[in-house]
Design a protein around this ligand. Structure first.
Ligand code: TXA
Ligand code: MG
Length: 404
């Protein structure tokens, strides 16, 4: 059985922390809240415990885990000596939703954590429950998001139980997670360049305050199962660079959604997609289909919200005539356009995309719970957290985007 313990984030002396910490030291696996999403933790040095994480999640073993620390003093045991850029990033963003991939100290963590890479992803979470648990365990804690692989990341203890009850030892319930989307994963190049492998809680704009150059990794745009490529194909789409469509025409794609639109039409045409870089993804996790709701989802974008709403309403009516249950994700500014429609979820205001980020995964899970078969979603500007939000929406939609 899985123990479910409620803890108060502001009272840091509860017995449940000690009990959970003891479980971790003894090779158990325990879920806990962070300021991004709930994580599923194990002692990063214990191969058996780490193996239990992969088994509980059904996670592919070549997808490495993030190691969480509570104190900067835990760092030297994990990674090789690091330069001034890493130092500045840690000072500015830790504790917080930034994960930094750095050369691992040989033998510091189980090879299952790094999936055999010579780097390790490290993050110091800001959530008081996570910090207290990690500190009490006195372990570096390997923790992926606490969901079954392929499900949206959990933002509440209820989500964790829905996915993992009976498969893990305990859950610390510290209320809803904060950001609602996962941490930003970065890699460093030289003394001035930050490469974003996964957009997340820390925005590119914020990283630019510390690093001279911040770029999105061209291998980080997801490919593979989600869009039906056959195994072994690597489809890479550089973010903001021209990409080559089948037939050889160059299309300037300046947003993730635009890239996805090109990709999806290319794939529908059945032709192989040319990529400018045949490299394996730098962040192994990016090649998997993540965050997918059970229903089929499509993003709808265009300059005019009324036209977008018109398209979605027609699509919903057609789906209903096929006997399907439908769901729609919209922003508060446009909610009135959808009045009277079935199962409309208002994600929040376009002026406060942080709110939308907080609610996205719960909305996707809700669609699953209601067996919704077809989902349409509006898009948002890719500024600030909007970039990570569009990244997750686009993945959830299997990169299906319609322009109206
Ligand atoms: O916000 C978060 O990051 C949450 C909370 C629990 O901390 N954790 C999380 O973990 O999202 P997970 O396992 O769902 O995602 C980890 C990502 C994957 O895309 C993985 O491929 C990448 O980090 N990653 C881990 N180690 C890496 C490495 N050595 N090099 C490149 N990418 C790595
Ligand atoms: Mg995950």
């Amino acid at each position: 059985v899985t123990q479910l313990w409620k803890v108060d984030a502001n009272k840091l002396d509860e017995e449940h922390y000690d009990e959970a910490a003891r479980l971790l030291r003894e090779g158990g696996i325990v879920a806990f809240p962070t300021e991004t999403v709930y994580g599923l933790g194990a002692d990063a040095r214990n191969t058996n415990a780490v193996g239990r994480i992969f088994a509980a999640k059904g996670r592919p073993s070549d997808n490495p885990l993030i190691v969480h620390i509570a104190d900067i003093n835990q760092l030297d045991a994990l990674i090789m000596p690091y330069g001034p850029l890493a130092h500045k990033l840690m000072e500015r963003f830790w504790p917080g939703p930034l994960t930094i991939v750095l050369p691992v100290k040989p033998g510091a963590v189980s090879p299952r954590v790094t999936a055999g890479l010579d780097t390790v992803a490290v993050r110091m979470p800001a959530h008081p429950v996570a910090r207290q648990l990690i500190a009490a365990s006195r372990c570096p804690i390997a923790a992926p998001s606490a969901n079954r692989s392929g499900r949206p990341s959990p933002t509440t203890a209820r989500h964790v139980m829905d996915d993992l009850n009976g498969r893990i030892d305990a859950v610390l319930d510290g209320g809803a997670a904060g950001v609602g989307l996962e941490s930003t994963v970065i890699q460093l190049e030289g003394d001035d360049t930050v490469r974003i492998l996964r957009p997340g809680g820390v925005t590119a704009e914020e990283l630019r305050q510390v690093a001279a150059k911040v770029e999105y990794d061209s291998t980080a745009i997801p490919s593979g199962g989600a869009i039906g490529a056959t195994d072994g194909d690597t489809i890479t789409v550089p973010d903001g660079d021209p990409i080559i469509a089948p037939g050889g025409s160059q299309i300037a794609a300046h947003s993730e959604a635009a890239n996805a639109a090109v990709l999806s039409s290319a794939l529908q045409s059945g032709a192989p997609v040319q990529s400018d870089a045949g490299q394996a993804p730098r962040s192994p996790g990016m090649k998997y289909a993540h965050y997918a709701p059970r229903g089929t989802m499509e993003l709808v974008q265009g300059p005019n919200a009324v036209d977008v709403a018109g398209y979605i309403q027609r699509a919903v009516r057609q789906a209903h005539s096929r006997g399907e249950r439908t769901g729609v994700l919209v922003f508060a500014e446009h909610a009135a356009l959808y009045e009277g429609e079935e199962h409309i979820v208002v994600l929040g205001s376009l002026l406060r995309l942080e709110e939308a980020a907080q609610g996205l995964y719960a909305a996707l899970r809700d669609f699953d719970d209601r067996d919704v078969q077809s989902i349409w979603a509006e898009t948002c500007p890719e500024t600030g957290i909007g970039h990570a939000l569009m990244n997750r929406l686009s993945k959830a939609a299997g990169h299906r985007v319609v322009n109206v």
